[in-house]
Design a binder for this molecule. Sequence first.
Ligand SMILES: Cc1cc2nc3c(=O)[nH]c(=O)nc-3n(C[C@H](O)[C@H](O)[C@H](O)COP(=O)(O)OP(=O)(O)OC[C@H]3O[C@@H](n4cnc5c(N)ncnc54)[C@H](O)[C@@H]3O)c2cc1C
Length: 519
Amino acid sequence: MDRNEHVRVAVIGSGFGGLGAAVRLRREGVTDFVVLERAGSVGGAWRDNSYPGCACDIPSHLYSFSFAPNPDWPRAFSGQRHIRAYLEKVADTFGLRPHLRLNHEVLMARWDRAALHWEIETSRGTCTAEVVVSATGPLSDPRVPGIPGLDTFPGKVFHSARWDHEYDLRGKRVAVVGTGASAIQIVPAIQPETGRLTLFQRTPPWVLPRRDRAISRAERRLHRAVPITGSVRRQLLWAVRELQVTFFTRRHGGPGLVERLAKAHLARAVKDPGLRARLTPSYRIGCKRILLSDTYYPALARPDVDVVASGLAQVRGSTLVAADGTETEADAIVFATGFHVTDMPIAERVVGADGRTLAEAWRDGMESLRGATAAGFPNWMTIIGPNTGLGNSSMILVIESQLNYLADYLRKLDDLGGRGSDGGADLAGRVALDARPSAVRAWNHRVQERMKRTVWSTGGCTSWYLDGKGRNTTIWPGTTAEFRRATREVDLAEYDVIRPFRDGPDDATTSVNEREVVR
Ligand SMILES: Cc1cc2nc3c(=O)[nH]c(=O)nc-3n(C[C@H](O)[C@H](O)[C@H](O)COP(=O)(O)OP(=O)(O)OC[C@H]3O[C@@H](n4cnc5c(N)ncnc54)[C@H](O)[C@@H]3O)c2cc1C
């Protein structure tokens, strides 16, 4: 990065969110921006998660950008390699390479109240930006639980998102800790190689048939020759999921058809009643993410696989001790234990207008306005911010809605007289927007009221959707169409407009900003 480079927009992260933002910026005519990425290549989650069996669990034709359709998806649920290649291609096709600053980890971002811009310190120099788009990902920083004695383990230990491909699993006694979306892909993929596999399961997931299949050459040819067929396919996939949303967001009585389907799926693969009992969830389906697999249960039914229905509690050398006292010998431990979700790591590194970090502002739980902006953090926008996650559909739909909001945010700044200028010398037209605390409160009140009747709140489980206080700060409790409508444009009544203090030539450097309320 050029020393003290100033840009209109700094995007952090180069996964679907960051690359999507970059494409949208260019389409809006904004070329004065950089994408800061801590790793050496683009791809985000699809670069980092290369574990055996890694694939999406939303069909590829929906789990991709609407503006970059890919007629060549090889499978209904394509694998990591293909999704990563798709994102590399997006970077090429849309001319994003000149904007990329790879190996630039954002260490700190501070709002400069006088200059009305962000000062960003990266691992390779500093820059300033009028607007920051933080796309650091909801599932980006691996979470490994603090297990007493883990440091005494003589074997190999790694997290699912940091797979060690050098390590040969053949014939090894491997323990997999966790039963989430990654674990159920890993277990059947590695089981044929391992000598013995032990799964530590705190809570069994609900698993439905995956029905993955190769997309035939004829279908691909058709999508290439008649692109509208790909769009129709995407619309159908979207519509089915959109109709399913009420299943999650409305109170339902008694075990429904879907739970019966899931139990039948389990019964078909697992004949041992003891194992079946251990694998049967005791909470309502949908409360935790519903998982899709045709190979997970058959793998667990194999004679060389043990399911310990208890979490890993302690490690004593090569002996792994579960919370229920079960002891297991292992050569390797794979933690498929998820990510820092409700404690977004970038929040520790963002200092707002009043000198507090975003993490401090969110001490009682993450809160934002329309999933994007936060009071006291002017011109800072999060892609996949609080309460934007989906229980059953493609996160790309959410990302694209947020990009509409970003585009309108920049347009509003332009309309208010802000213009991309040169890092502090010219403050004349500079303007910033700060979410009003009352608007943030009102938005979150609405979200949390709706959350009360959803299966995520009433389903009787503890999930990664909930923060330490049991509040769901991750999921959007509605349809993707509702979210799109809510983020179509920026309502200036929800923001304070900040301009540099105008009296006197030096006043721009005081810390007093003029706040206008636009109604
Ligand atoms: C294994 C796996 C499977 C998934 N499958 C699906 C699916 O099927 N359907 C679905 O809808 N969602 C799925 N998801 C959720 C997924 O997180 C989102 O769909 C989407 O990929 C998020 O994109 P993102 O750009 O917001 O975040 P990411 O892809 O996580 O990208 C964030 C980027 O920010 C970078 N970064 C983080 N901190 C910094 C910093 N301080 N400085 C600089 N760079 C930084 C990271 O290196 C990374 O490149 C899956 C997630 C995982 C992990």
